[in-house]
Design a protein around this ligand. Structure first.
Ligand code: C2E
Ligand code: CA
Ligand code: CA
Ligand code: CA
Length: 275
């Protein structure tokens, strides 16, 4: 039994080691990717349900590690946040997204995800202003997506930053709406321009009346507060029909398009090829 315990311990230690090594390799890789400008953005359309046209796009990071291959932002963003690399990465994302959007063949908005770590220092407002200035993008065409954890962390300072961002003329969206614990009180704390209903709510809206009722309530809440409502993760025509019937303003999801390269997105806008 004793030797068994030992080997289990060693196995566990080796497992920890591999995870830690991967984490370190990702951090080192991210540092190099910043220097060689190897981080890319893809763009996923948001479709307006009143006009059936692309009205905006969300910029999403993509990165291929030289050794591990493509790595999901779900894995590398938390590592970037812990290591502080999210700050320079975030600046790069803002610059690239604004530059790409300024060159699109139609005046549609680009949405950029912000990490709460980017709020921790006082220079975010200046970084956003700089990205707008360098690209020539009009401020109303930039949307910043935040999650409620941001308001949870340091609400007074972060609220102040949000108001300053708002004063630049950009719009603020609450991302992943409905997944946190106190989303409703945050709707009162800050006048968001948009709420994005998390895709977790979409999976069974076409088959379960309870799920549909929840989404309906969220759309009604957002609408009555004067916010633009977006349904994320709509994959099927059945889901789309429910969302449309409940009066949601915009839809983002694989049904219309997955995220695509900057060039492919510009093409999509130019040719208005959306379902
Ligand atoms: P998010 O902000 O909630 O982004 C939406 C995610 O849902 C994207 O995953 C997108 O590809 C995926 N998605 C869109 N439509 C569908 C659908 O119909 N079905 C399904 N199953 N998924 C769909 P992605 O690109 O892997 O990004 C994951 C997360 O990584 C993002 O979630 C966001 O939190 C983070 N992220 C990505 N890019 C950035 C960035 O530039 N900065 C920061 N701070 N976070 C980022
Ligand atoms: Ca987002
Ligand atoms: Ca989301
Ligand atoms: Ca998310």
């Amino acid at each position: 039994a004793k030797s068994e315990g030992r080997s289990t311990y060693h196995f566990f230690e080796a497992g920890m080691d591999a995870a830690l090594q991967r984490r370190r390799a990702i951090e080192t890789g991210l540092r190099a990717a910043l220097e060689t400008d190897a981080l890319e953005l893809v763009f996923q359309p948001l479709v307006g349900l009143d006009c059936n046209k692309i009205v905006a796009a969300e910029a999403l990071l993509r990165w291929t590690h030289p050794e591990f291959g493509p790595i999901s932002p779900v894995e590398f963003i938390p590592i970037a946040e812990e290591s502080g690399l999210i700050r320079p990465i975030g600046v790069r994302v803002l610059e690239k997204a604004a530059k790409a959007a300024a060159n699109w063949p139609a005046e549609i908005a680009v949405a950029v995800n912000l990490s709460s770590v980017q709020f921790a220092r006082g220079d975010l407002v200046a970084q956003v202003a700089e990205a707008l200035k360098c690209s020539g993008l009009e401020s109303w065409r930039l949307e910043l997506e935040i999650t409620e954890s941001l308001l949870l962390e340091d609400s007074a300072a972060n609220l102040d930053t949000l108001h300053k961002l708002r004063d630049l003329g950009i719009r603020i969206a609450m991302d992943d709406f409905g997944t946190g614990y106190s989303a409703l009180s945050y709707l009162r704390a800050f006048p968001f321009d948009k709420i994005k209903i998390d895709r977790a709510f979409m999976s069974d809206i076409a088959t379960k009346s309870d799920s549909r009722a929840i989404v309906k309530a969220m759309i009604g809440l957002g609408t009555s507060l004067g916010m633009t409502t977006v349904a994320e993760g709509v994959e099927t025509i059945e889901q789309l029909e429910v969302i449309r019937a409940e009066g949601c303003a915009q839809v983002q999801g694989y049904y219309f398009s997955p995220p695509v390269s900057a060039e492919a997105f510009a093409q999509m806008v130019a040719s208005e090829t959306i379902k």
